[in-house]
Each structure stands twice: as C-alpha cells, then as structure tokens.
Write a new protein. Structure first.
Length: 295
C-alpha cells in the first residue's frame, strides 16, 4: 500500500510541479538576492532567434546574461551522446530566477520535445542547484539535453557557488539516460523510478555494483516497472557515478521532500482546490457527453 502511495505521489508530482511553477513564487538561494535573474543564451543564436527566445523567457532588459557554447555542450554531453546528436550549434536558452531560501526548485519549458520538466528538476537537484525557478526554451523544437549545461553555469554565476565538476558531469549523464529510458518505459514511469531510487540512496548507499543493481531492480519491481536489459546497465553506471560524486544526499532528500510538500501545500490551498474542482467538473461533463453518445 505504501509503495502504491509513493508511486501515486510521484506521478501526481509531474503535472503538479508545472502548476506550482505557474502559481507559486519563484525559489531562491541563500547566497543570492531574492529576485535575481540571469539569462542564458546559446552562442549560435541569430539576432532574430535571440529576440525570439528573450521574448519567450520574458527576460528583463537589465538581466545579467551569459552565453553557453557548443564546446561546453560537447564537454558535458560528449560522453553520453554522439557528436551528431549534440550538433554543432548552441541554441538552447534559459532563465533562472532566484527567490527565498528553502523554496525548492521548479522548471517550465517551451520548444523542448524530449527532456521533461521533471527530468530537469532531478538533474538540477543532482548537480546541487537549489531554490531556483528555471525556464528553458529554444527558437524551435529541440531535444533540450544541452540546456542543463547553461543552467548550471548560470546558477554558479548568480549564486557565486562552485559546483564540483563530477556533479556537473553526472547531472548531464542523468539528463541523457533518463530521457533515453523514458522513450522505452514512458516519462511518468521514468520520473517515478528515478525519484524512488534517489530517495532510497538518501537513506542507504550500496557498496558494490551488484548491490546497486539489486536495489534498482527491486525498486522497479515494487513499482511494476520493467527496465529494458540494455538500459539497466546504464542506470547502474549512472547511480554508481552519483554515489562516487560526493553528492550531499541529505540535501537531495530534502529537495525531494520540498517538492512533495510544495505539491501538498498547493493542492490544499484555495487556488489548488479550485483547480481540482475545475478538473472534476471537466471529467463529469465529459462522462455525460459520452453517455449521450450511447443514449
């Protein structure tokens, strides 16, 4: 029963976090001033494309701006994707808004057709990004894998925080491998699986590769998720790398709990209850329409 409840919570968290990012105040870092904004632009954007993404991001004219290069994309993604997949141009762009400490992370995206918002959230938590709302966009539909490179770079610049290189590498590895897994088992299932594995790692650290694989398989089985054999080894590699990356797992656990608490607080709020009521009314109306078809 508890495992079913955890799975339901994780699945509900997917659309809920998107709603939260729309209706709740942006999050923050203890090392930055609340409301600080930094814009990340792909170095190879044309003038027209730059204007388009700045409009998509609703970026203020006085925001701090940095560039992410194609060279940086290859540096962090080259071990996990082919050169052809990464491409030769840096186009993905993003905006980070800093708010009060302890608010957690959230993400929204536009023109991103492979990496989901929840994959960005998981990878940002792995990298050590905290208390920040991130918007990701591109001039046209792209996979979105490269955006994390710019997000981490901008977060470091804004908060004057140095994220260890191994955490950056493993966060980018996570983006790619979870996106690949979602192609096989679905985005919701992937998010649920990754969240449950991280929660377990925050409590228990397997010592060997065999123990790590057993833990991952057991969690997947409890969630009624079948991991393709070809991708299981990749997941074991990923979480072994996470284990060795000196990640603060207490902080990871706290961030995951914050995300769940944000969801709970929102649903219990007057605004959240109104949205739930509207959803309920929609489905009631839909059922009545379907009944009418058979009358």
């Amino acid at each position: 029963m508890m495992m079913k409840l955890r799975k339901l919570t994780a699945i509900l968290l997917i659309p809920a976090l998107i709603l939260l990012s729309m209706y709740m105040a942006p999050a923050a870092s203890a090392d930055a001033v609340e409301g600080d904004i930094i814009v990340i632009l792909g170095e190879d954007l044309t003038a027209a494309q730059k204007e388009q993404v700045l409009a998509d991001l609703d970026a203020p004219t006085d925001a701090m701006t940095i560039q992410v290069t194609n060279e940086e994309e290859h540096k962090y993604l080259g071990s996990h994707m082919s050169k052809a997949q990464i491409g030769s141009k840096a186009l993905s762009s993003a905006k980070i808004v800093i708010g009060k400490p302890g608010s957690g992370v959230s993400a929204t995206s536009n023109h991103i057709n492979w990496v989901t918002n929840d994959m960005y959230l998981n990878a940002m938590i792995t990298a050590g990004v905290k208390d920040a709302h991130v918007s990701i966009t591109a001039p046209f539909d792209v996979s979105g894998t490269a955006a994390l490179t710019g997000i981490i770079k901008a977060y470091e610049t804004t908060t004057d925080t140095q994220i260890p290189e191994e955490q950056k590498q493993v966060a980018n590895e996570e983006i790619v491998k979870t996106a690949q897994l979602s192609d096989s088992i679905g985005a919701e299932e992937t998010t649920t699986l990754m969240t449950n594995i991280k929660e377990e790692l925050a409590q228990n650290q397997p010592e060997t590769r065999e123990e790590m694989q057993t833990m991952i398989v057991n969690i997947a089985n409890n969630l009624n998720i079948t991991i393709p054999e070809a991708q299981l080894n990749g997941l074991v590699d990923l979480f072994m790398n996470m284990k060795d990356a000196n990640i603060n797992w207490n902080a990871v656990g706290d961030q995951l709990e914050q995300a769940k608490q944000q969801f709970t607080d929102f649903i219990e709020s007057e605004q959240g209850q109104g949205i739930l009521a509207a959803i309920k009314d929609f489905f009631v109306g839909l059922i009545e329409i379907i009944k009418g078809w058979f009358s």
